[in-house]
Design a protein around this ligand. Structure first.
Ligand code: FMN
Length: 379
């Protein structure tokens, strides 16, 4: 096991003194995370991703987190129909940025671990230690059918992922020419060089919502994504402290992150109007219904009120916490999440590159003045 200081040494953007790390979530996908038909919706194209990453890197955003999605959700926009593969996306962005951490979101059941270990090391060398791994075990059944890979039962997915990550950590360690024989793998004479950048290893995160997923994250990761409460900050704080208590009980430390959907405009009214325009009036409802059907959520399976709520939540960012308002309001909401104990937030915007400059100009300096984030040059 690598010492924590070795792990952290060169990963500046995720181990800086920002009390609340801010990242962009989902920009590798067409439409990002907004299930909307508005013409300015995110393209997810490479030139747009590159422009966004450079802008975010310069503005002091801490991380970029992609979605591992292989098949679009259909609807009028084929929501998330075009997606850039995340390790290759990360490698390209790491070559073009200086300080931001870039994650790959890797489906353990779909990637041979020897290949994945080497791809990730390659990205890590390109970024001089700035690659991060979001381990996912699979969520959408239809994607697995496309690979001819059968999705395992829920608990088995995490058993498999444990072996997968164990062998990857061994490949990244000093071990050479070793065998790995467990329930799911029978591998001989394993060798993997080079090792991750400068004697460190990539930061790891997981976002499992089940108890098994959470336990997996605590055992293996430095970062865990949980859902912030829509009801109260206290409830969010309880969720965070619950995870951190479990981590401490097993001698681990873990940072808790959440997902947010920001609509920030000069006035509250403008923000609320745009929010309504983009994800209510112009929501891609046929795509939303497809997403819900995949999760077996329909008026036949859940009470009508829950169905209506889910429908609206999925349209406006696939279930992330909506933060809609002027810069004072948005900064205060983010500061409150930090106060609730969260280490960071992955945010999505309808059009990331168009909306990010206003957030960087207006929200980040407010957070710096509140002592939540470092000041950037010129602020
Ligand atoms: C921030 C975040 C990012 C996620 N990214 C992906 C992803 O890119 N691909 C995927 O298949 N699942 C993704 N998931 C799903 C989780 O990995 C996990 O499967 C899901 O939350 C269900 O939890 P469980 O596996 O513990 O049942 C993500 C979830 C969250 C909250």
């Amino acid at each position: 096991m690598l010492a924590r200081n070795a792990l952290t040494r060169d990963r500046y953007s995720m181990y800086n003194t920002n009390k609340l790390k801010i990242g962009l979530f989902g920009s590798n996908c067409s439409s990002g995370r907004a299930v909307t038909k508005v013409p300015e919706r995110w393209t997810g194209s490479w030139p747009d991703n590159l422009r966004l990453a450079r802008m975010a890197d310069e503005a002091g955003i801490d991380f970029l987190l992609p979605i591992g999605r292989w098949k679009g959700y259909g609807g009028d926009t084929d929501y998330q129909g075009a997606t850039l593969e995340t390790i290759t996306w990360a490698a390209g962005l790491l070559a073009s940025t200086k300080r931001i951490t870039v994650f790959g979101t890797v489906h353990a059941p779909l990637f041979n671990p020897v290949i994945a270990a080497k791809e990730m090391v390659t990205a890590d060398h390109i970024g001089e230690g700035r690659f991060g791994l979001n381990i996912v075990v699979g969520w959408n059944e239809d994607e697995f059918e496309m690979f001819g890979v059968e999705q395992r039962e829920h608990e088995d997915r995490y058993d498999y992922a444990q072996e997968w990550i164990d062998v990857i950590k061994l490949i990244w360690s000093d071990q050479e020419d070793f065998d790995f024989q467990r329930k799911y793998f029978n591998m001989k004479g394993i060798r993997g060089k080079p090792k991750p950048f400068a004697g460190t290893r990539p930061l790891m995160m997981n976002a499992g919502s089940s108890a098994t997923g959470q336990a997996f994250a605590i055992r293996n990761c430095e970062a865990f994504f949980l859902q912030a409460s829509r009801v109260s900050l206290d409830e969010t704080a309880q969720r965070v402290s619950g995870v951190q208590l479990l981590a401490r009980q097993s001698g681990r430390e873990i940072g808790c992150y959440t997902v947010g959907v920001i609509t920030c405009r000069p006035t509250r009214k403008e923000a609320e109007d745009y929010y309504h325009y983009s994800v209510v009036e112009h929501a891609d409802w046929s795509a939303v219904d497809g997403i819900l059907a995949l999760k077996n959520i329909s008026p036949q399976t859940v009470p009508m009120q829950e169905y209506v709520e889910k429908r609206s939540q999925y349209a406006q960012g696939m279930g992330g916490l909506p933060i809609v308002g002027d810069p004072d309001f948005v900064a205060q909401q983010l500061a409150d999440l930090s106060k609730a104990g969260l280490t960071g937030i992955g945010v999505s915007l309808v059009n990331y590159a168009q909306e990010l400059p206003f957030i960087c100009d207006e929200v980040l300096p407010r957070l710096a003045r509140m002592g939540i984030r470092e000041s950037q040059a010129g602020q």
